[in-house]
Design a protein around this ligand. Sequence first.
Ligand code: ATP
Length: 511
Amino acid sequence: MPETPTKSMDEIVALCRRRGFIFQSSEIYGGINGFWDYGPMGTELKRNLKAAWWRDVVRGENTGPHGESVHVVGVDCTIIMNPKVWEASGHVGGFNDPMVDCRESKARYRADHLTVLGASDASARLYAFIENDTDQRERAVKALLKYEKCEALDPARHIVRPFTQLTAADRARCIGPDAKDAGTLTEPRQFNLMFKTNVGAIEDPSNMAYLRPETAQGIFANFENVTNSTRVRVPFGIAQIGKAFRNEVTPRNFTFRSREFEQMEVEFFIHPSEATEWYSWWRDQRFAWWQSIGLSGANLQLREHDRDELAHYAKAGAGTSDIEYRFPFSAPGFGELEGVAHRGDYDLQQHAEHSGRRDKMKYFDAEKNERYFPHVIEPSAGADRGTLALLCEAYTKDESRPSGVYMKFHPRMAPVKAGVFPLVNKDGLPEIAEKLFKQLRKRHNCEYDPKQTIGKRYARMDEAGTPFCITVDTDTLTSQAVTIRHRDTQQQERMSIDAVDSWLSDQVGEG
Ligand code: ATP
């Protein structure tokens, strides 16, 4: 059994606000549910994550399962596309979540996220809670025990089951997660998650359009353009980073489930006979990548999907797996960071059919004289969930430090790579420190801070997760050396001022 988390989500959210990582969108007007803004620190962090992804996935020197070099090119498509794209992809007809309303609290939940707990006999009360929400589950258990006047759950009497399995009679004796009375939860109803808008001056169903709910379809819709305009040959990938929008029924858990978020997706096109090798290759590659940017083994897991939860496009193919992180709000459970799926040729077939371009959209292999729809392996990651996982992983309490907490970001991800300080604000030290700062800043995001005591300056940098602090002191005037303080060990070393620039580049790597 994994350990219970010691990190508090409330504390992480508070630090994010205090230090300019993440703010509620339009906070001065009371915010808007499911939308978040990144402040100066958060913007750098998220940019570092996306830059590392692009560098490693698109421009990386990767070797495929047969020793070949892996070729990926990028696109940048629009958020609003011809609505026929979403009919072809299945989103107009199928991108629905079953939704449940609470008549008492007015809260809305995804039916497939609700679990109920209670005695098996038909007259007993049932208590609903949101699966993977530790607080809610505990509240439901407490309420049940109080109602039944017993000390502990009894496996012979109490059962746990999905809300979607309840009959109307069961619902009548069920108490919602935020309700006091029984029977206030409605029957699940379908709800399309796409945001609608109108293109042009007149609001009319004829010019209705959608904000894209995923970046993948822009890639498929451009498959023919990319193959015709470049020298790509199967196997190859097309990558995209961009915004996606979903009118989530219950946005929650900070940025984890937002209504506007960013995805980092690759559609990797392969010959159908090679699906198994490429699926395993991408799954393992992506799992290793999240570890390489600082998510620890204990909090990261790879979960292969059961057959019955495969998405509509995933045929009985090579498989689907999720890379999951144990967030403080999901612990001891995990939340999805990235899905890796064998999508077969579903999307290309659908677009070929709906656009009437049938054979033209097939890939032609001139060497083998073969025309076919390639199969697709799709690693689809969330930039916001990734950023949130980095924040949760980094949050480290340390009562011995003045800040009480420090953010242990991997140096490649850290928003600020180095803080540059003059020990005192006189004797020519600020001039030397500022000169060094300006030199380092050409390549790395650094901060110059001449104010307050050195201890307070270290504390500020610890809270921002800055891996190195560089101090110019009076000795620098004669020795030309500066002090480097390491965030995690708090140890210090002296280094020649001329060596700092290339040393820092080695430490933080490339974006
Ligand atoms: P979930 O089951 O959590 O709703 P999903 O399986 O629908 O997610 P995908 O459609 O596979 O998600 O999207 C790929 C990635 O996009 C996810 O792994 C996640 O990182 C990100 N993502 C999806 N929905 C959201 C959201 N509402 N807020 C933030 N990120 C999201």
